[in-house]
Every structure is written in structure tokens, then in C-alpha cells.
Design a protein around this ligand. Structure first.
Ligand code: ZN
Ligand code: FE
Length: 255
């Protein structure tokens, strides 16, 4: 049976996620922007937290970890490379390490770019990817520590996962990401219909995450830098993919 997934809005525009394995009762949270909404969601489902998975060191993803650990006794897992700037880790992970939540195994994917030690969690059996601020709905995280080349390579790894993977990212930035995407591909029909869908969801206060990877491949400009249409849109018809990716990211920073 696949993991049950619960999206937990936190702070102003962050998301944490709960995954629950009904067979064993194990429950994990991915990122802890604040403990309150996560404890409330656990309570509402009568789930006991067993694991806390951390994607990267930014405060808005880890500042509730110590409180949540103290309240639940859950194990904390995060990147070995960033252990010096993460809450204390019970399990330090490197790329391709696997661990399990209940009966499901997860794989760790290094996705440097937004930060150097950023990792993503892939649960292949349940088709779930927790990408936080690497691949985001309609966009990608800002390059605070890594280079465009690193982020491009990170996103290429995620883009190669099965297209029916559900991408669970860290923020509600989708509307603005897609507004920017439309400046590059105003005639992309998938993008036009996605914008309508997202506008409708936001008007109703519904999260725009998670989203199928297939939808991202069709509309997210950072996964489309190899396409002639995108290269032409940024005035670099003959440039390599990384150069085009870097130009798209730089334009978004000024958008
Ligand atoms: Zn971040
Ligand atoms: Fe963030």
C-alpha cells in the first residue's frame, strides 16, 4: 500500500509534508518550518511521528526540528555534508544512501544549487519526491550557494525520475513562477491551462503542490532550457543548455 501523504502549510508560504505507512504505523515529516501545524496534523490523523527528514539548512525548513524532536522522540535525518549547520542528526545521509519509512525505502539525491548540501528524498514505490527548494512547482530555488551549472545538473537528475512522480516542493511560489514562465513561453498551451488552474486554487486557498513531474516537464522553464523555443526566448538560440538555464534563472531574479 502506498504511503499516505499530507501537505502541511506552515509560516506564510512554506510546506511541510507528512508521510504515513499504514502497515507499520511509521510516520515521517519532511522539513519543519514550525512545529505547531505539524503537531496538529499528527494529532488530527492520530499518527505518531517516527522520523524527521531535513532537506537543507535554511531556517524556514529546520527551525522547528528541535521542538518536534523533543515532543515526539522522532529520529532526525539529514545531509552528512551539512551536519555542521543542521540540528543534531541521528542519521547522516550521503547520496544514494537508502533508508526506510515503514515498509517503503527512500533514496537520497544530492541536489546542490539553492544550497550546497541540499538533498531530495525519493520514495520510488509511492512515486513521491520531496524536493524542497531545488525543483519547485513551476520553478526552482534561488542560487544562494551553488552555481547555475550545479542547479541545472541537480534538476536534470530529478527530471529523469518517472513522469508520474508526485513532486512535493517547499513553498507556495507557483503563481509567480508561472507568471514568469509565461514571459518565456506565452503560447505554451499546458502553461496557459496550468496558470488558470493555479489562479483558481489560490483564490480558494488551496495549495498548488504537490504536482506531477510530467506537468513540470511540460511547463517549468528550468526543465526546458534544452528546447529551441526557450533558447530563442532568451535570445540565445545557439547557446548550450547550462548557459540558457543560467540566463533564465538570472531573469527570474529580476522579475
Ligand atoms: Zn531554502
Ligand atoms: Fe525555503
Amino acid at each position: 500500500m502506498p504511503l499516505q501523504l499530507v501537505t502541511v502549510p506552515c509560516l506564510t508560504d512554506n510546506y511541510a509534508y507528512l508521510i504515513h505507512d499504514a502497515a507499520t504505523g511509521q510516520t515521517a515529516v519532511i522539513d519543519v518550518p514550525e512545529p505547531g501545524p505539524i503537531l496538529a496534523a499528527l494529532d488530527a490523523h492520530q499518527w505518531r511521528l517516527t522520523d524527521i527528514l531535513i532537506t537543507h539548512h535554511h531556517d524556514d525548513h529546520i527551525q522547528g526540528v528541535d521542538t518536534l524532536r523533543a515532543r515526539t522522540g522522532a529520529m532526525v535525518l539529514g545531509a552528512a555534508a551539512d551536519a555542521h549547520r543542521l540540528p543534531r542528526l541521528d542519521l547522516a545521509l550521503t547520496e544514494a544512501d537508502s533508508f526506510s519509512v515503514g515498509s517503503e525505502f527512500a533514496r537520497v539525491i544530492d541536489v546542490p544549487g539553492h544550497t550546497i548540501g541540499h538533498i531530495a528524498f525519493h520514495f520510488p514505490q509511492s512515486h513521491l519526491l520531496f524536493s524542497a527548494d531545488s525543483l519547485m512547482a513551476g520553478g526552482c530555488g534561488r542560487l544562494f550557494e551553488g552555481t547555475a551549472r550545479q542547479m541545472h545538473a541537480s534538476l536534470q537528475k530529478l527530471a529523469a525520475l518517472p513522469p508520474d512522480t508526485l513532486v512535493c516542493s517547499g513553498h507556495e511560489y507557483t503563481a509567480s513562477n508561472l507568471r514568469f514562465a509565461a514571459t518565456l513561453e506565452p503560447g505554451n498551451p499546458r502553461l496557459i491551462s496550468r496558470i488558470a488552474e493555479v489562479t483558481d486554487k489560490r483564490a480558494k486557498g488551496i495549495p498548488t503542490v504537490p504536482v506531477l513531474l510530467e506537468e513540470e516537464l511540460a511547463t517549468n522553464p528550468y526543465l526546458r532550457a534544452h528546447l529551441p523555443a526557450l533558447k530563442t526566448a532568451v535570445g540565445l538560440p545557439d547557446a548550450d543548455d547550462v548557459t540558457v538555464f543560467a540566463e533564465i534563472r538570472a531573469r527570474k531574479d529580476k522579475f
